[in-house]
Design a protein around this ligand. Structure first.
Ligand SMILES: [Cu+2]
Length: 197
């Protein structure tokens, strides 16, 4: 009985570890390499529409998994897909075409914990009213962060210096709503969704 409980606890921990949601913007001209991600099996990719024209997210020829969003229009609309098979998944917008909107989601089995943490950024609290605390990975040299509204306009830019692992950003001057916060840490680009209240 105790063994079973322990096994359950371990498998729940692994399950939680695997369930990361990665955010991407989705608009005309959004392409590789910014539209590319490497994720773990079981992770979800969430695309957020950041312009006001119709788009789809569709797997392209040769994709390991097959997925297709409905045609969505409007700022802040989202489409999410959870990847469950190791492989390579080229995708594109069925309306604007692979030459204008496309990327590749690479799904790997069991990214090591180090790799996983290398690309992890934690935002607390989220939603946030004033002081946003950001936990950063420690093995980068140069960093910038951008808070971008759903029209694609950058409303705040910060340089991250001295390889800080925890920073605070005052967002009280930004009006409430949904934003994307984008981190450029050396060559890693990490985008997350941020709600400001
Ligand atoms: Cu499109």
């Amino acid at each position: 009985m105790k063994t079973k409980l322990l096994m359950l606890a371990i498998s729940m921990t692994i399950g939680l570890h695997a369930q990361t949601t990665h955010d991407l913007i989705w608009e005309r001209g959004f392409e590789s390499p910014e539209a590319d991600l490497t994720i773990d099996i079981g992770d979800t990719v969430r695309w957020t529409w950041t312009d006001e024209v119709p788009h789809t997210v569709e797997s392209n020829t040769g994709s390991t998994e097959t997925f297709s969003s409905p045609i969505l229009t409007g700022l802040g609309q989202t489409y999410s897909y959870t990847f469950t098979v190791e492989g390579v998944n080229p995708y594109f917008c069925g309306i604007h075409g692979a030459n204008n909107m496309s990327g590749v989601i690479t799904v790997q089995e069991g990214l090591s914990i180090d790799e996983f943490e290398e690309v992890s950024v934690r935002l607390t609290p989220n939603p946030v009213h004033a002081n946003l605390k950001i936990a950063l990975p420690q093995n980068y040299t140069n960093g910038n962060l951008y808070i971008i509204d759903l029209t694609g306009k950058t409303v705040l830019t910060n340089t991250i210096e001295n390889r800080e692992s925890m920073i605070e950003v005052d967002v009280s001057s930004i009006k409430s709503g949904m934003y994307l916060i984008r981190f450029e840490l050396d060559k890693n680009i990490i985008t997350k969704r941020l709600i400001i209240q």
